[in-house]
Design a protein around this ligand. Structure first.
Ligand code: IPE
Ligand code: IPE
Ligand code: MG
Length: 262
């Protein structure tokens, strides 16, 4: 019975995704989408399960969103997997997450490589446990030449930390004489962020309903459109992703300017 339910549900989701996909304007697909994958703990709690089961269930959602990006030729997807503040969680949750990231990456890497998806990490990877770090390093190396989609995993990432790291590098350059203090402007800061070649996100989607940024892409999301979805991350599917993109397409982006109608 449970199996039939599952088949039925995935059939319905497929139809929903097809309908949502048809509503999208193919001329206005964002280049870069960022996601704050929140709500795993609440999803597990509602089912009386340990939090780590919520994180495990979230893996399928990321898979769906990656497929959604390839459907639409989106070039960059940045996913918040672990923040620099998440170390403050109980040690069993942290170690469970680190193990899960490694397992999930090792399970998916053949397919990611086959689909020509480049895996990157945004954050201080050197502070991540050795085995997890090794998996990410090997995935990055193996897929470095792919260009179809960049899957950027924000891991041990904090927006303030990233800006502070950039400031430190610029200060070092000024002290060593390789640049002048006067040359330090917004472009210089942007050039010293963790992935300076990646364009700013056009859209940031947060699941789980909370209206906050939680130290994510603080510099880069200056003019990103925000879309907060009530659904918890493990329930988020391709159809939800396409609906968020439709919402994005109805927004008017102004970047501080006026439009022709003003
Ligand atoms: C987000 O889900 C995933 C991580 C922070 C790793 P949460 O674990 O924050 O889930 P909630 O917000 O407690 O429901
Ligand atoms: C943001 O969610 C981090 C990730 C999704 C990895 P959090 O759950 O850590 O954020 P807060 O604590 O609700 O702001
Ligand atoms: Mg949370």
């Amino acid at each position: 019975m449970a199996k039939t339910d599952g088949i039925l549900r995935s059939g319905i989701e497929k139809l929903r995704a097809e309908i949502a996909l048809k509503k999208l304007d193919r001329e206005r697909i964002p280049a870069h989408v960022a996601v704050i994958m929140d709500g795993n703990g609440r999803w597990a709690k509602r089912r009386g399960l340990p939090r780590i089961d919520g994180h495990k269930a979230g893996a399928d959602s990321l898979r769906s969103v990656v497929i959604g990006c390839t459907d639409l030729a989106i070039r960059y997807l940045t996913a918040y997997t672990f923040s620099s503040e998440n170390w403050q969680r109980p040690t069993d949750e942290v170690s469970g997450l680190m193990e899960l990231f490694r397992e999930q990456l090792e399970r998916e890497i053949d397919e990611l490589d086959g689909e020509r998806i480049r895996v990157r990490v945004l954050g201080r990877l050197d502070e991540v446990p050795a085995e997890t770090r090794a998996s990410f390093e090997s995935a990055m190396e193996r897929t470095a030449h792919h260009e179809r989609l960049q899957l950027i995993l924000a891991l041990n990432y904090g927006g303030r930390l990233e800006i502070a790291d950039a400031a430190r590098r610029l200060a070092q350059e000024a002290v060593s004489g390789s640049r002048t203090v006067e040359s330090i402007d917004a472009d210089a800061v942007a050039s010293r962020l963790y992935a300076p070649d990646v364009p700013d996100p056009d859209l940031v989607i947060r699941t789980g309903g909370n209206l906050r940024i939680s130290n994510y892409l603080l510099w880069q999301s200056a003019y990103a459109e925000m879309c907060v979805v009530e659904k918890l991350w493990p329930d988020f599917r391709r159809s939800d992703f396409f609906r968020a993109l439709t919402e994005f397409q109805h927004r008017e982006r102004r970047f501080g300017r006026l439009t022709s109608e003003d």
